[in-house]
Design a protein around this ligand. Structure first.
Ligand SMILES: [Zn+2]
Length: 332
């Protein structure tokens, strides 16, 4: 897995973005070994172990990866993807398997009543063809599902000795820490106007204000574009989770500036603006609010476990209330 947070001396998870590259005073949350911040250009920023990587981090799985954050072909085999591409092109007869997986649906009203197979939101995502708001709604569901799975894993580990409870708790903490960072960032769209009147657009996310970020962008592009005017067109609070998908959606209009790839040259900017407007600021649901406000998983998971324990034993509470004190309360 990609370790994006390390533990400080106060048992707080610190994101790799918050520390300089190289040796740190942070520890791996799983094994407590020292961590080195790797902030290269090719691989995403992450922490490496100073010494041997522990088993929990070495495992090559996505058990704490934020769903659909920076990978948009999740769950698709090469063959499935080829079939999906054929359905999209209208050249595939009967994609039953894709329908079962939820990637396509039959629209009997399409083509003037002749009907046709169409891609669903998840089917459109690999092609960047779902709108920002459709994507955000879909991603929100998947994030909640994964959160529930990680909570269940803690619950299971508490019941069965052969499962590692500490690891399950750290998994949830790390998952929530990643989400906390992304939910605290704004998604922005800026217009960059060059001296000769050309307009470029920049999509990105920032944990600071758009004005601060605009000044940085201005300095970064000066060697390539000269003095430019920068105007934030949209700044959407709490929408950091959607940034990578927005870059994916408009990748065909991408315009490289130096080594920076988040610039776009557009014939028609109205659709882009309309989608940002439609997406709007995040209106946090209960789970998102708990992540933003607490920024710590352990408290929530324990409260939830107590709640679940109460729920699981509700029949016992009832029996107690009914005066049945013979049942063994602590066996289940
Ligand atoms: Zn470790």
């Amino acid at each position: 897995m990609f370790l994006t947070h390390g533990l400080n001396a106060y048992d707080e998870l610190v994101p790799v973005e918050a520390v300089p590259s190289g040796r740190t005073s942070l520890q791996c949350p799983y094994c407590r070994r020292s961590l080195i911040a790797r902030k290269g250009r090719v691989k995403g920023w992450h922490f490496a172990h100073d010494g041997e990587t522990c088993r929990e981090v070495a495992q090559d799985n996505d058990r704490i990866t934020v769903p659909f954050y920076d990978r948009f072909d999740v769950g698709l085999s090469r063959r499935t993807f080829e079939t999906l591409t054929a359905v999209r092109a209208g050249t595939y007869g009967n994609p039953k398997t894709l329908e079962q997986l939820g990637y396509v649906e039959y629209n009997q009203f399409a083509r003037g009543g002749l009907g046709e197979w169409q891609l669903t939101t998840i089917g459109r995502i690999p092609f960047g063809e779902a709108t920002l708001s459709a994507f955000a709604d879909f991603q929100r569901e998947r994030i909640a599902q994964k959160h529930a799975q990680l909570m269940d894993a803690i619950d299971m580990a508490a019941r069965y000795d052969h499962l590692d409870h500490a690891t399950a708790v750290i998994d949830l903490r790390l998952y929530r820490a990643q989400l906390a960072r992304l939910l605290s960032c704004s998604l922005y769209l800026m217009e960059v106007t060059t001296g000769d009147g050309r307009a470029l657009y920049k999509i990105g996310m920032t944990g600071r204000t758009a004005v601060e970020r605009a000044a940085e962008v201005q300095a970064a592009v000066r060697p390539y574009l000269g003095d430019v005017q920068i105007r934030p067109l949209r700044v959407l609070a709490g929408r950091g989770l959607v940034e990578r998908y927005a870059l994916h959606r408009w990748r065909d209009s991408q315009h490289q500036v130096g080594s920076m790839g988040e610039f776009f040259q557009l014939e028609d900017r109205r659709r882009l603006l309309a989608e940002f407007t439609r997406l709007g600021d995040l209106d946090p649901n209960e789970l998102e609010a708990s992540i933003i406000n607490q920024q710590d998983a352990t408290a929530v998971s324990w409260n939830k476990m107590e709640e679940q324990a109460l729920n699981n034993h509700s029949d016992l509470w009832q029996r107690l209330a009914d005066g049945d004190t013979n049942g063994n309360l602590y066996t289940s």
